[in-house]
Design a protein around this ligand. Sequence first.
Ligand code: ADP
Ligand code: MG
Length: 682
Amino acid sequence: MTETRRQTAFAGLDHPPAWPATRGRPRPSALDAPLDSLDGVGVTLKRRLAKLGLETIRDLLEHAPHRYEAAADEVSIAQLRGDDEVVVSGEVLNVTSRKLRGRRTIVTARISDGTATISAAWFNQPWIEKQLKPGARVRLRGKNGRYGFDVKSYDLGEVHNTSDFAPVYPAAEEIPAKTVRRVVESALPHVSDYFDPLPAELREREGMPLKRDALAALHKPASEAEAEIGRERLAFDELLMLQVAIASRASARARTLAPSLGQPGDLMARYRKALPFALTPYQEQAIREIDEDLARTMPMNRLLQGDVGSGKTVVALYALLRAVENGRQGALMAPTMTLAEQHFLTIADLCFELGVTCTLLTGASKKAVLAADVVVGTHALIQEGVELRDLAVAVVDEQHRFGVEQRKALAEGRGPHELHMTATPIPRTLALTVYGDLAVSTIAKAPASRKPVITTWIGEERVSEAYTRLARLLREGRQAYVVCPLIEQSETNAARAAEAEAERLQRGELRDFRVGCLHGRLRPDARRDLMARFKAGEIDVLVATTVIEVGVDVANATVMIVQEADRFGLAQLHQLRGRVGRGAEQSFCVLVSRAKEELTESGRQRLEALVESNDGFVLAERDLEIRNTGELLGVRQSGASELRFASLKRDRALLERARSAAMDATIESQSLERVNSDPDPS
Ligand code: ADP
Ligand code: MG
């Protein structure tokens, strides 16, 4: 293979716009054919598969099984005991369904095989009720559980599962895992349409199978080991793309110029004096690191991580003022307008005291921005069409909310120095790999005065006790937050649900208190007004969506109740908890979940971890241990959440391999003329 061809093969990876969006392909391929081009897929099944996000043959072939079923013993119902996974067959006698607490449905069927009967249970699959007709033959795989025989998978009719080792795909309403398995199998011959994106030399050096063989092994392995070899190859591709994107960003940055801001001067001395406290050693260390970066002409690209309340904002403002003392501008970008406003309120007074002009950028105020020393706004407002006079330092808050695209946009051209702040600490391995191009400053300890929040976890059957205790604290003059269940579909739905919950609490448990409702659909002035009233103590309880996750700062609010806490991620819960514990009084966080027995193992572990630790760094490591997927919070939108085959927990070694392959490729591509050809020949 010539150098040029290798370059071309890599170009598909070394092409940031194609990453992390793995779907949009420049050239039509047989793999992009719709699923009804497969035998046995009609209009209805096509529509149902689309609900799983499966629309093309490629989607289907890249739909990873979430586990494999090994052979299980087939037993008669009379023999059923213990809690080993087994297979039983029998006839449906009757079927019922009901709702459990916490809105889960359970479908129960009495099944007899002549030796005995069992009650088989399906959770959260209400459609199963219609499929199970009395008299029907079923074959069930599962084990004894709390509600009877807990069904893991099932076949209807006189089927005999021929394969002892079979993939199990994530199922959805109306599509049994079995159907997905059948359709994937019919698509499997199309693996030969895959172009292999890895140069042969690299693939051989890494001992990886061809992509088409890897996909075949993933879907139809002879053994778990074979499936793992296939998965590993696909995981390697994903991690390599991640690393190539990082390496090319880093090399682009190395070629970008930023203004050197020299050494800190008089303004910085005045800033330190204006602060009502001395900086902690961690803050001092972070500031030293930032000053070193700012003295260079290569743009700073630093992550400032520290737990909620550790004092990052003070450090961020320092960096912004370094731009101002050089006659340039600083911008502070927040993920939402609410947060931008809160930042603005925090820093505006200090800026005023120092004679520095500070503007909150709203949709309407774009003109004023040209002149201000420090501009605060959402990243969208600052990046889209606002002409800053001379931006030298950009602080990006809650870095994990920003996708790679945005960070890239910031980094392109004449770069400002960038400081990314996050309260979601990133375990060291990840910092070095996923964020390989970021330098990291860590504020490991908060200013000493904070009292650790006492966290308890209760099942929802005990929620009234929590409100009773809350009422007592409210009567003592404290304030509280109640966070509503996570609603992901839309901000509007979340807002509606929060309003309904606020009303319900106002009429019920909290009838003696003043309840307000904070959500992302409030107009900015209404939101400001609400926050001001809460801060002034005119509202006792703020019922809120996760918009309060970051930034809200009311020292007298000492209780945080999180409803359906099991639906939140660990880092998010830790963030929410950070809203309390900000004053001298003891604070409490109450995590309310479904009945504890009904939780998944990882749900239980998450909530236990929060009860046990207040330390964001400990929790971040724990989070990595608990999770199996790449959906680690904090890297959620960095592209790592796009990982379908790789697991950041399991594949650390593979990540290192991908990292060095990506570095090699990037160094190599820099020493060659760029070949500007079709980036993806597949
Ligand atoms: P973060 O942004 O990391 O959540 P903040 O910068 O908002 O933390 O700081 C949390 C609180 O601690 C603020 O009220 C801030 O004024 C205060 N604070 C920051 N640094 C110090 C310090 N060195 N000593 C005492 N209080 C501090
Ligand atoms: Mg803060």
